[in-house]
Design a protein around this ligand. Structure first.
Ligand SMILES: CC(C)(COP(=O)(O)OP(=O)(O)OC[C@H]1O[C@@H](n2cnc3c(N)ncnc32)[C@H](O)[C@@H]1OP(=O)(O)O)[C@@H](O)C(=O)NCCC(=O)NCCS
Length: 133
């Protein structure tokens, strides 16, 4: 994201920008969107500094976004990920995200994206919802 986009999201009521930091500085960030009236939150962006990768920072950022979405009472988190981004895909699938669609040519360079989703509802409520006609 550009500096301008960061500034915008810092002040926007529909965005939550969280940062992981250590004494050495910023390790990573993640950004969540939630629209009024919608039950779905969206992970818009997540990144970890190259030197800090592979140590669980991305996993914790994602976990924190899900906690934030739950505090808003939202029932689902969705996101898009490049089909060729094996690392990010592994992170999401490990945290329970499932592919439910694709967006062809979604990125500026024409690359395709998977659409991923994770329910935040407890298993029992999920079963009840599925059972409804
Ligand atoms: C994707 C990204 C956020 C992962 O952050 P990270 O802090 O390195 O991830 P974690 O250390 O928390 O990894 C958690 C799990 O994700 C998976 N994973 C993460 N990076 C991976 C990689 N490069 N290859 C394979 N699996 C990976 C693993 O299952 C890992 O668990 P494990 O280490 O116990 O096997 C980071 O690589 C990044 O910033 N990439 C560039 C930006 C980007 O692609 N963002 C996603 C846009 S959709």
């Amino acid at each position: 994201m550009t500096l301008r986009q960061f500034r915008h999201h810092l002040g926007a009521p529909s965005s939550d920008l969280i940062v992981a930091a250590s004494a050495d500085g910023v390790l990573g960030y993640a950004l969540l969107f939630h629209r009024r009236g919608s039950q779905v939150a969206r992970v818009y962006s997540i990144a970890v500094a190259t030197a800090a990768r592979g140590q669980g920072v991305g996993d914790r950022l994602l976990q924190r976004l899900e906690t934030i979405a739950r505090t808003y009472g939202l029932s689902e988190v969705r996101l898009e990920v490049r089909k060729d981004n094996a690392g990010a895909l592994a992170l999401y699938e490990r945290r329970g995200y499932r592919r439910f669609g694709e967006r062809l040519g979604y990125y500026e360079d024409g690359a395709d994206a998977w659409r991923l989703s994770k329910s935040l509802l407890p298993r029992r409520r999920r079963r009840e919802r599925l059972a409804r006609p």
